[in-house]
Design a protein around this ligand. Sequence first.
Ligand code: ZN
Length: 523
Amino acid sequence: MDQHGAGRDITTTSGVGRRSFLTGLGGLAAFAAVGLTGSQPLRTAGGLSSAAVRSAAAGTVPAADQDPLDLLKRMISFDTENFGNGGKTRPFAEMLKGVWDSAGVSSEIIPTPQPDNVHLIARIKGTTSAAPVLMLGHSDVVPVERDKWDVDPFAGVVKQGQIWGRGALDMKGMDSATVSSLLRHVNEGGRFERDIIVLTDCDEEAGNYGSGWLAEQHWDKLDAGMVLTEGGWFLAQRDKQTPMLITVTRQDKVYFNLDLTANGLATHSSKPNPDAAIVKLSRGVDELASWLAPVHLTRVTRRYFRALADATSDTHFARAIHMMLGAHSQHSLERAARLVVTRSSYPWLHSALLRTTAAFVIEDAGYKENVIPSTAHVRVNCRGIPGGQKPRYFLAQVRAMMRGRDIEVALATPEGVTEADYLDQLDATWATAPADLDTPLYSALAHAAAQTYPDAVFAPALFEAGTSLGPWRAHNIPGYGVYPYVIDNDQLIAMHGNNERIYVDALRQGTEFMYRMFDRFRV
Ligand SMILES: [Zn+2]
């Protein structure tokens, strides 16, 4: 599907006067080469001389552990698939603990009640007691459909300039960029002004022993002043490689599920009837799938789309965005939003940032060939915009739509929680303020973006999905997200799908970004 490989099409990017991550490579390779020898080519601020800050591990970190590609290949090779009840994350954590050990960084495995499923916490001690920075990166991945992949999803194959494998994007790629860039600082003998905690958590994709459980057991180990995890996309111009918009997410969409159930007459399959449950449900699914929830712009998404308009080299796209931001009625807002999505190189992402989404994820009906079943059911995963349309209003809209079709719509609630109480809980999540941008971590991210992607626009954003930031948000600790690699739309779609992959050069550039971000915390 994706034909372009590293090194091609470079000349096509020059027309817009922006630097592609491929054209920037020569410089990056030089940075990497110098970095691995232990000098500090990127240090701009003053501070202690390097001799004064040498740690025991200075100069001794294996080069392979400072190489994000090498590390990512190893990470992908551990099958940490999570089918819903936790993954087998212990071997992965033991490998990573070995990496920390050989760099002289202390770390510990935190077991969960499942023997093969663990968390790993590393801590690089800082020179002061300022509130730590916590890096949060999950080790589990969603399952694969092996026969739908073009490569072995756990082999870490590099082809067409991309590294392929489950977790390459979500989020072992981020994990490898974090660890390898930190270890480069460690190898240089760098000291940080505050502790840097790296939490490799399990059960992010599903399961009972994720970050929430860990926080209940060991909050003392997780307490921090600010947290960075997965989230913000690094988007490219239409050429799929020139960095366009570098985003840091500051809030996640509100997650909830609806259950649609159709009832019909159970009868012998020799005499089909038009009111069969499966038929009714399918009609309802078709209607809901062709409907879009109303567009709601918030302070956070307005700022994002303004930045997108500034960033794009596509003037028609920019004009459509400005039309949307200036719309004076819901009608013109909807019309402009349709145009924005049509013109976007990332249409599904941008549609999701504009409204509540509904995705059909699990369907069940029927049990025997000669019986037309009396019920059919589908689960719909929904994501609402904080400060946009409340989940309760979305639910009411879907109910009204399905009522005429004789389809029941239920909000899926945790056991023992009523719908009314759960809607109140969702309201509270919906009303949660986005993370404060006035923090050392956010300004370090902004600084690193300006240095690493000088021709792109940097902006805060809404994450269209979810993260394991819950416990820190509950403590009012600002949490942000990035996937530090420029991706194209095909790669974006492969997240949680088949043939997940990212550009190797984008990973390397993103690791430079992370290195520069951590550099802001060096003494
Ligand atoms: Zn993830």
